[in-house]
Write a protein that binds this ligand. Structure first.
Ligand code: P6P
Length: 323
């Protein structure tokens, strides 16, 4: 599809390419894009209408909920509920399964409505991450935990929305990864990054240096090698932003286990699985200390995992230190 194609036209084109496609997944993707446009508006005016700062509440993770966290959670839940294609979702902001009441919906969604929200007050990029599965429970019945415990390889689509210098929607349905930049003048996501592929190697590494002494010795040795080669250390503190830059330019993002986060900090179902799905399509690798992210067996909705994700040569070199 040519540059300048709208997201709607692209989704329709992809749907027509598959005889069995019935349009529900296409509509679901449109629903996510709609919520992304609304959150874009809220994020971009947050400073003007006092939407920055925290709510004085904590989410299920025990983290201070920012006002925009709550707004984004509401907006995506509403869009996915009203769209009718989703029978249930899980969110970083909610403890349990969120039932939409659309038991005829064929899909479930795992979502981090606004990741990196501690950056909101200082106007740094933030992002939404989503993962989509076909339900395994019978259509018409009430969804269950089984619908969310299918494992990373069962995702039918995944993506992220980056609210940065521009707002971009990047997603895959398993065939290619395509980036759409939001043109606010017409209110459309426009194809700007078709068929994204990540360079085999890179010279950018992203990790929180403040945790360095807490990392296992092999990880410290890999990072020392990056420093010796004078790679560029780039860490925004917003996973979507760091991931997106490394996806396009080649780089590696690391969130190893620490004493504070012995299982890593990032969540499997709505952060690591979707980014690992995308990464695999662009040629990246995504692992933790022992296995590929997509191979991890899910055991709970909000489980965490260490994450090493990026250019294959960089991740493979790190894995050589970890064995
Ligand atoms: P730290 C944001 O809270 C987040 O989940 C990711 O977006 C980001 O990469 C990471 O945590 C930052 O964590 O411990 O370095 O502040």
């Amino acid at each position: 599809m040519p540059l300048g194609t709208t997201l709607d036209r692209y989704i329709l084109h992809r749907q027509n390419a598959f005889a069995f496609a019935t349009g529900e997944l296409s509509q679901l993707l449109r629903d996510i894009a709609l919520a992304g446009k609304i959150v874009h508006r809220e994020v971009n005016r947050a400073g003007l209408i006092d939407l920055t700062g925290d709510m004085g509440l904590q989410n299920v993770q025990g983290e201070a909920q920012q006002k925009l966290d709550v707004i984004a959670d509401i907006r995506f839940r509403r869009a996915l509920t009203n769209g009718g294609e989703v029978c249930a979702l899980i969110s970083e902001e909610e403890e349990g399964i969120i039932f939409t009441g659309n038991n005829k919906g064929k899909y479930v969604v795992a979502i981090d409505p606004l990741d990196g929200s501690s950056n909101i007050d200082v106007n740094v990029s933030i992002g939404t991450i989503f993962s989509i599965y076909r339900r395994v429970t019978p259509v018409g019945s009430e969804p269950t935990l089984d619908d969310f415990m299918q494992g990373g390889h069962e995702q039918v689509a995944a993506g992220y929305i980056l609210f940065g210098s521009s707002t971009m929607l990047v997603y895959t349905t398993g065939h290619s990864v395509n980036g759409f930049t939001y043109d606010t003048s017409v209110g459309e996501f426009i194809l700007s990054h078709p068929n994204i592929k990540t360079p085999q190697n890179g010279a950018i590494y992203s990790y929180n240096d403040g945790n360095l002494n807490a990392y296992a010795e092999p990880v410290q040795r890999y990072l020392a090698a990056c420093r010796e080669r004078q790679y560029s250390a780039r860490y925004i503190g917003s996973l979507v932003a760091d991931f997106h830059r490394n996806l396009l330019k080649g780089g590696i993002y690391l969130y190893p286990p620490t004493a504070k986060n012995p299982n890593g900090k990032l969540r499997l179902l709505y952060e690591c699985y979707p980014l690992a799905f995308i990464a695999g399509i662009t040629g990246c690798l995504a692992v933790n200390d022992t296995e590929a992210i997509l191979n991890i067996k899910p055991t709970s909705l909000h489980q965490r995992t260490p994450l090493y994700i990026g250019a294959p040569a960089m991740v493979e070199e790190l894995m050589g230190y970890l064995v």
